[in-house]
Every structure is written in structure tokens, then in C-alpha cells.
Design a protein around this ligand. Sequence first.
Ligand code: ZN
Length: 304
Amino acid sequence: MIDGIEIIDGHMHIFTSKLTERVKARVKEKGPEYEKAFGTWQEGFRRKYNTGFSEENDDPLEKIATDWCAELDRCGLDKALFIGLYPEEDELTDFIAAGKGRFTGFCTVDPLDPRAPELLRKRVKEEGYAGLKLYPPTQCFLPSDRAVYPLYEEAEALSIPIMFHLGITLSYDTDLRYADPLELHPVLRDFPEVNIIVPHFGSGYFRELLFLAYHVNNLYVDTSGTNVWVKYLPYQLELSEVFVRALDIFGPERIIFGTDSRMLTRGYREGILKDQLGILRESGLKSEELSLIMAGNISRLTGI
Ligand SMILES: [Zn+2]
């Protein structure tokens, strides 16, 4: 709680040594040419943005969970939602279980794998996941592809939300041809009962999200990350202005707070929490509206 307001971070990850190994193995699998190009890209990215993609954390998952709980306590957070990065990521399940009720999770699957609906059902029913995360620009699929509809049908049957990362992203495999949120329009229309979250205000495709919001009522945005995308627009746009537009069009019922915190060694991204809370406090929201953004909406969607 911060000043009596419950805070749930609706967008976090865990980075572990196992995850780093998994990334390395995936790169190796693709052959020496890919490996070389990936290395060059990674180095360039690190230099340009001073950010890493992994961290070496060999601690047992129970310790990582305890440490994250302490970090949440330090920053005044109540709970957090952790999002999976790979379909085979079983360690996230154990990590969430070790969070003693303070964590929930979104799993991910390969949307074009015919077994994806079955895996999703298992993750939700047996392992307690509260939602699904899909990543069109790195998984290279179009959300409107009918081949993915059985997965949406399963999400609908399970009454879980789906998060679609669209727009620019931190990955060598990104293909921006799959990044356009307008691709979601048929899905939003055909599955009006499925709540769809697009993180980071659409990572550059904010305008498209606003247009979609004109047509549908089941689209949400999350506020997470550095929102560095505003720098890549051909005009000046401050994050505070993004919030004003989002509040006007989506309303406080369809905005979800998050930071995209991921590296324990760097700690919880408290600066993002403070900045966004500051912007929201100055926006003239009623306290119950602020509470929806900071915790109520993600709690309603996931049951956390
Ligand atoms: Zn993320």
C-alpha cells in the first residue's frame, strides 16, 4: 500500500540463469550464422541502450521469490503479476507457488502449435495461471490468423485475459510486420468476452489502440516499462500526455499499472512507479479511479 492505495504490478518477469541458458540454446540451435548476427546485434543494443537481456541468478526459485517479496515490501507493493517468456518455462510455475499468494502469472504458448490450447488448459487448470501472453512480433504470427482461433476459444472457455505485446520490442527476432495492433480488430470483435491487454500503451502504436477503442470495449492497455517508444514518434509526446489521452479514451477502468521489472540485481523499478503515480495524482482522478488503475483492474481480470 502507498498512502492507503493498494498497488499491484500488472507486468513483471523473472530472469534466471536457466532462462539465460535457454536463450543461448535457442540461438545455438539456429546455426552459426544466426549466432554471429545475434551476437553483433546484442552488442550493439547493449551499447546503444545500456541494457542487458539476462542476468546470472543461480539462486533457488524459493530464494528468488522471497527476495522479490522483500523488494515489493520495500517499494510498498502488495502483489505482482509475472509473465512467462517461453512455452516450456516450468520454473515460473514454481516461482509463483513460492510467492505465498502474492504472485500470479500469465503463461505463454507457441500460438501456431496445434497443442497450444491443450497446454494453455493445463497451465491454467493445473498450475493456476491467470492469463495468456502472446508476442506476435517475435512469434511471427498475425493475431487475426484463423489457425490461432482455437487458442482464443480456449481462453474464452477458461475465462482468462490475453496479453498481446505489439509494437517495438527488445528482441533480435522482432519482425515489425507482425507488430500492428489493428491486426487485433477481428479478434476483439469475434471474442467480445475475452479481455485483451496491450502492454506499454502499444509500444509506438498508441494511435492504433485509440482507434480500436472507438470500436470495441474489451481492449485494455498497460502502462509498463520505460515507454521509450515516445522518443521514436515524429512529434513530441510526453508520457503525461499519453496518460491524458488514455484516460480520456479507455477510462480508468481499462488502464493497468505495471513496470516491466525483471532483474532482481537491478531491483524493482521504483522510479517508474513513482513517476506514473505522480502523473496520475496530478490528473484529477478520484481515489477510487486511481485504485482501479493501480490494482483494481488487474485484480478484476485475473482474480489476484
Ligand atoms: Zn514485459
